[in-house]
Structure formats: structure tokens, C-alpha cells
Design a protein around this ligand. Structure first.
Ligand SMILES: Cc1cc2nc3c(=O)[nH]c(=O)nc-3n(C[C@H](O)[C@H](O)[C@H](O)COP(=O)(O)O)c2cc1C
Length: 177
């Protein structure tokens, strides 16, 4: 088990995957990590589709390249799609808030948990923001009305080079009171 801050420094968006296949067990462990993530009222407003069939993986990669970007995902070994599900909040909150009020935050947490779990398992990950949602639905048999929270490409990185992080300074973003 690695030190968590080291894991945070090592995790980076992987844009060069090797051809080494991703083991089913490692994909399952990434989803297991997300399953354990926190959520408002423990509502767990998520479900996951892991794509590991090589032909489907290629088809999903094409969905992520619709704007002529993300050409590097052609070599991804697997994908995980994170879907938004109905959240059941506690009765006191139900009266005040829309059921999905916290869901986006919960789902963001699940997405990054997958990325950190992948890193811990030696896998590279890339969150993909733009994709052909309708095509993905038809490829993966997902109801068309379903909301997507994330598409994550996974695979073994082609190199173990860690890029320096470009981040705002601590003083710019945090106050200790
Ligand atoms: C919601 C979201 C969508 C993203 N979409 C893409 C994408 O389509 N293609 C890409 O190369 N990187 C994408 N990224 C990766 C970001 O560019 C990256 O996380 C950021 O620049 C910080 O770099 P790092 O992940 O290497 O630390 C996305 C990240 C997030 C959180």
C-alpha cells in the first residue's frame, strides 16, 4: 500500500498507453474502490459499466474521439463508464432538496476514486470529458435517457515518467483559520 500523498503526486492523466492488456481483476478492484466511496445519505447514486472486450474497447475509443481529439485512447486497454442513478436522501432532506442535489459531487468522488485505485494498481487512467453519448448508449446497451458522470480510459502506461504537476499554489486556494 503506497503513501496517499505519493499516490496523488504519481496519478496523472495517461495519454500514452502500452499494449499490455488490463486484467479483469484490476478493473473489478477499481469499481470496488468506487463502491466504497462516500455519498450523501449513503445514497450511492451510481452504476458502472466496465468495457473489457477488445472489440468493444476499440468502439468505445472511437466515441471519445468525436471532435478529432483524444487520439491516444485508441490504445486504452479498458474503459469504465460511470452512470448517474436515482439518489434516495433521508426524509428530512427529501422535503427540501431535489433527490439529485448531491449526486454530481458524489459521482465526481466515484470517478476520481477509480483513478486513484487504478494508479495504486499500476494502471494509468484518463478522464474523458467529451464523447458521443448516444453512440455509447447503443454500443453498451445503456438506456438513452441515462445521465453519464464520466468515461474513464484505463491501461498500462507506456512509460513511468511522472510529469511535474501544474497547480495553483496552496496560498492561492486555501485559508487556515
Ligand atoms: C471532467 C474531466 C474531463 C477531462 N477530459 C479530458 C479529455 O477529454 N482529454 C484529455 O486529454 N484530458 C482530459 N481531462 C484531463 C485533464 O486535462 C487533467 O486532469 C488536468 O489537466 C490535470 O492533469 P493531470 O490529470 O495529469 O494531473 C479531463 C479531466 C476531467 C476532470
Amino acid at each position: 500500500m503506497s503513501n496517499f500523498i505519493d499516490l496523488c503526486k504519481r496519478r496523472q492523466s495517461c495519454r500514452e498507453f502500452s499494449s499490455r492488456p488490463v486484467e479483469h481483476e484490476k478493473l473489478a478492484q477499481c469499481i470496488e474502490a468506487a463502491r466504497l466511496a462516500p455519498s450523501a445519505c449513503n445514497s450511492q447514486p451510481w452504476s458502472f459499466v466496465a468495457v473489457e472486450d477488445p472489440q468493444l474497447v476499440l468502439e468505445v475509443a472511437k466515441c471519445a474521439q468525436r471532435l478529432g481529439i483524444n487520439e491516444y485512447v485508441s490504445k486504452a486497454g479498458a474503459f469504465i463508464v460511470v452512470l448517474e442513478e436515482h439518489a434516495v436522501l433521508m426524509p428530512q432532506l427529501r422535503a427540501m432538496l431535489d433527490s439529485q442535489y448531491f449526486a454530481k459531487g458524489d459521482l465526481g468522488g466515484a470517478v476520481v476514486t477509480i483513478c486513484y485505485a487504478a494508479e495504486d494498481l499500476g494502471l494509468g487512467s484518463l478522464i474523458i470529458g467529451l464523447y458521443d453519448r448516444e453512440k455509447l448508449c447503443s454500443l453498451l446497451n445503456i438506456p438513452i435517457e441515462k445521465r453519464f458522470a464520466g468515461l474513464i480510459a484505463l491501461g498500462y502506461p507506456a512509460s513511468d515518467n511522472v510529469r511535474p504537476k501544474q497547480r495553483k499554489q496552496m496560498e492561492e486556494i486555501a485559508r487556515f483559520v
